[in-house]
Every structure is written in structure tokens, then in C-alpha cells.
Design a protein around this ligand. Structure first.
Ligand code: UDX
Length: 484
């Protein structure tokens, strides 16, 4: 291991790069692990940079050479606060390469963090995970097996499936090995990915053997014990205690990930459902959420009513667990309802526009926010997608502004006739109504009085309940939130 470490320090192979040494902690040689992370999406890249910062020797692998090229140049391939700072200044010895094979012999741990997209029936496409498993089985040294860790969100049984695929490959080579495949689900939120990695609530490790458990405990020791100096861009929150290490079977760990996401999605759908009744009876759902959230058994998180949940995880994971449940002839009624409520929730914006404008066709609607949440340029399953499509189908003219997600939206939906604007004020100009779809911080402080004066009609639909409705009303706006 030490030999390989020196080899990499002395220049490494083509396609790898040494990043300036960080100052997190000085892990002793026996504490330092050689970790390979396969896949450099949100989970892979964040985990790789964090573990590198914490002193492990990390190699991030991605087949996409364009991604590797950018990362080598210190350019982040995803928009995520703090990531580029870590990539450029603080990362320890993180390497980037498009080749898994050359790095395999020295690995203590291989983390699989490749994409697991949805199939059209809600099932999860495991082809990328299986391809990595095949590659590992085809090249690993059976006498020195690394611990394999599933970090991608994968259906129940995938740890076993990965083990089977690796075994089959080994058999093909006439070999066998004592394999350990663990499940270590990731709970990071986009926009707060590094924060959640350095300061998690808990770390879940699902493993059937002590070797895997011990190595993963060693890998996470600096986080479990909080022995590192926080990176400048990711300060330790005040009052943060030590995270729990929850050890389970691989199957429980796999189900924990789905249960957590399904529960949070359900919590948001719950408050959105109550937003509807709050509106009918004349209550304010923000007040209701506070009133129930302060009950510790309920908790204040994920009780913000709005246009509903989107992103790369909740929709996909909810569909995936519903699919799995269906295979077992088991109906998840609450989760089904959460999904249905969420579909309808997006259309609340359209209903409110119809109520206030009466005729939507021919009117100009300004939309603020395209990302599925703030602090990310991710537009996957964003409520904005359905709302824009509906408005265009209805014959409205649509003007949009998002601080970071515009380019991605334009690239993804080049055929849509949308007017992209450089500021919120520009998007609002000459509009019949303005709707807020993403709660970006900058929308708080907009000069609403001036903006109102440029609009054809001062109608505002606050799809995130983020604005001060009294102030807007003072400026002559007709304000409508969700459940207020
Ligand atoms: C989620 C989980 O939180 C994370 O643990 C998991 O690893 C990945 O999926 P993420 O999708 O990044 O993270 O974002 P999150 O902050 O959970 O928000 C998801 C969606 O719910 C967003 O569209 C957001 O706007 C919406 N949301 C969230 C609400 O509408 N109300 C809330 O109170 C919270």
C-alpha cells in the first residue's frame, strides 16, 4: 500500500492529478485508507473530496473523460456550494481518473456511487452498478479483496446482486474470494452536500461481516469523532454533537434509505394537503407548520408548504419503493397518496393563475426559479418543468429567471419558447402575473415596490410562501401563497 502511495505521489499515471494538501488532520499511516470512488455525481464527488480532505488517499473514477478533464483542472462539474473551494484548495491527495482497473490492486474500499436512473415502470436501472461490479470482478486480486460499498441509492437486494456479479466474474477467471459488500446509504441534500457529509445526523452501515464494518468505521472515524479542522467553506454548525453510527444488515440499510426519503416526501405532501384546507378555512399554513413542528415528535423540518417536491431523489426513490412493494404484492397507501398529492400540488400554481387572471391564454407570466430547490442548478423533476409546459400549452407567454439553473434548462428544453431574463426584475416587467417557484435567497430582498410598477398587473403567486404578504399588499400586489 505504502509503495503504491509513493508511486502516486511521484507523479501518478496519465489521467490523475495531485491536489494541494489540505489541512484537515494528519491521519497516521495505519489510519489512512486507499479509497476508490466510482462515479463523480453529487454523491461520488462530494464523498471523494470530503474523504480526501480528511486524509484518506482517494481516487475518483468516472468513465466520462470530459468530467475527469474538468475536475483535474479544479473545475467543479456540478454546482454545489463549497465544492470548488475544496477541489482547488483544500482537497488532500484526491486523484481523478477515467480508469478503474489500474487502481484496483491497491484499494482497501471501493465505493460504488454511479447513477441509478428510473426505468419507465418505476423500477431502478442497475446497469451502471452491475457494470462496475463486473469490472471489479474481472480485475480484482481475489487474495486481497477490497470491501465493496454501495452508496448509490439501490433497490433492496442490490448488495447481494453486486456480490453475485463479482463472484460470477471471478468464477469466469477460475478464482474465488471472500467478498464483503456493504450498503452505506447517503443522505446528503443538494445545495448542502458538503455540510451533510462532514456533519451528518447519522452514518448507516449495512454489513454482514466485521471486516467491512471495521474498515468503514475507520474510513468515517474523523467524521464520527469530529477530529478534523473544518474546511473554511463548510464550518461546523454550532452545537453539533457526534453523529451516530447505525450498523445494520445490508437489507435494512437499503430499506432505511428508501424509508427516509419516502417519509420526508410524505411529510411535505402532508403539509401541502393541509395547506389546501388551511386556505379553505382561512388559516395560515406557515403558522400551522410552526405550531405542529415545535412538538418534538413531529419536528419542524420538511414542513414547508409549496409547489411540491422534485429533484433527483424523492420522485425516483418514491417510485422505486412503490415498484418494489408492488413486486411483493404490498400496497404502500401513504406513499402512493404522497405521490398523488405532489402531482396535483404543482398545478396549484396554474389554478391560482386561472382564478386571478380568469383567462391565461395570451397573458404574460413571469416565473422566478427553475431549479427544484435553491443553491443548486439541478432541474431534475423540478416543479417548474410541469408548470412551464402547462402554461405554454395554455397559450401563455412565459418569462423566466433563475440565478444558476437557466443554462441547464435551456439546454434540456431547447424547443420551448421561453423568454430567459437576466434578473427577477426583468422577468417581472410587463407581466400579468409573477409566480415564485424556487425559494432562492435573492428573492427575499427584491425591490417589490419598483417591480410592481413595471408589471401590467400586480399579481403575485408565492409558490414557496417565502415573501412578506403584508408588505406586498402594501405595495398594491394581489398576493396568493400556498395555504395562506
Ligand atoms: C433529498 C433528501 O433530503 C436527502 O437526504 C437525500 O439524500 C436526497 O434527497 P434533495 O433532493 O437534495 O435531498 O433535497 P431536499 O432538501 O430534501 O428537497 C427535496 C424537495 O422537497 C425540493 O423540491 C424542495 O423544494 C422540497 N421541499 C423540501 C419542500 O417542498 N418543503 C420542505 O419543507 C422541504
Amino acid at each position: 500500500m505504502v509503495r503504491a502511495w509513493r508511486k502516486l505521489l511521484s507523479g501518478g499515471e496519465r489521467g490523475t492529478k495531485r491536489i494541494k494538501k489540505g489541512c484537515a488532520i494528519d491521519l497516521k499511516a495505519q489510519e489512512k485508507l486507499n479509497v476508490i470512488i466510482v462515479g463523480t455525481g453529487y454523491v461520488g464527488l462530494t464523498t471523494g473530496l470530503a474523504l480526501g480532505y480528511l486524509g484518506h488517499k482517494v481516487t475518483c473514477v468516472d468513465k466520462d473523460t470530459a468530467i475527469i478533464d474538468k475536475l483535474e483542472r479544479g473545475i467543479s462539474t456540478i454546482y454545489e456550494p463549497g465544492l470548488e473551494e475544496l477541489l482547488q484548495d483544500k482537497g488532500n491527495l484526491v486523484q481523478f481518473t477515467d480508469k478503474l482497473l489500474g487502481n484496483l490492486p491497491d484499494a482497501d474500499i471501493i465505493v460504488i456511487a454511479v447513477g441509478t436512473p428510473s426505468k419507465s415502470n418505476g423500477d431502478t436501472d442497475l446497469s451502471f452498478v452491475e457494470a462496475v461490479a463486473q469490472e471489479i470482478g474481472g480485475a480484482m486480486d481475489p487474495d486481497q479483496p477490497p470491501v465493496i460499498v454501495n452508496k448509490s441509492t439501490v433497490p433492496i437486494g442490490t448488495a447481494r446482486r453486486v456480490e453475485t456479479v463479482i463472484k460470477e466474474e471471478l468464477e469466469r477467471r477460475g478464482k474465488s474470494s471472500n467478498l464483503s459488500v456493504a450498503s452505506n446509504p447517503e443522505f446528503l441534500r443538494e445545495g448542502a452536500a458538503l455540510h451533510d457529509t462532514f456533519y451528518p445526523d447519522r452514518i448507516v452501515v449495512g454489513a454482514n461481516d466485521m471486516r467491512a464494518l471495521n474498515l468503514l468505521r475507520q474510513m468515517y472515524a474523523p467524521i464520527l469523532e469530529q477530529t478534523f479542522t473544518p474546511p473554511q467553506a463548510v464550518p461546523r454548525p454550532e452545537g453539533y454533537g457526534l453523529p451516530a453510527l447505525v450498523t445494520t444488515s445490508p437489507t435494512s440499510a437499503e430499506l432505511i434509505k428508501y424509508s427516509a426519503n419516502a417519509f420526508l416526501a410524505m411529510k411535505i405532501s402532508f403539509i401541502n394537503e393541509f395547506a389546501t384546507i388551511a386556505e379553505k378555512v382561512g388559516a395560515d399554513i406557515n403558522e400551522v407548520a410552526k405550531g405542529i413542528g415545535l412538538d418534538k415528535r413531529i419536528g419542524t423540518g420538511f414542513l414547508k408548504a409549496g409547489v411540491g417536491w422534485g429533484g433527483s431523489c424523492f420522485p425516483k426513490d418514491v417510485r422505486s419503493i412503490l415498484f418494489t412493494a408492488g413486486q411483493y404484492n404490498c400496497e404502500l397507501q401513504l406513499i402512493n397518496a404522497a405521490l398523488e398529492i405532489n402531482k396535483k400540488q404543482r398545478m396549484k400554481i396554474i389554478e391560482k393563475l386561472q382564478q386571478s387572471l380568469k383567462v391565461v391564454r395570451g397573458s404574460t407570466i413571469g416565473l422566478l426559479g427553475l431549479a427544484f430547490k435553491p443553491n443548486t442548478d439541478d432541474i431534475r423533476e423540478s416543479p417548474a418543468i410541469d408548470i412551464i409546459k402547462e402554461l405554454l400549452d395554455m397559450g401563455a407567454r412565459v418569462k423566466v429567471y433563475d440565478p444558476v439553473a437557466q443554462d441547464k434548462y435551456r439546454e434540456t428544453y431547447p424547443e420551448q419558447k421561453i423568454v430567459y431574463c437576466d434578473s427577477a426584475a426583468e422577468a417581472a416587467k410587463e407581466c400579468d402575473a409573477l409566480a415564485i417557484l424556487t425559494d432562492w435567497d435573492e428573492f427575499w430582498q427584491l425591490p417589490w415596490k419598483d417591480i410592481g410598477e413595471t408589471m401590467d398587473q400586480k399579481i403575485i403567486i408565492d409558490g414557496r410562501n417565502m415573501l412578506n404578504c403584508e408588505e406586498l399588499k402594501k405595495h398594491g400586489f394581489i398576493y396568493s401563497g400556498i395555504g395562506r
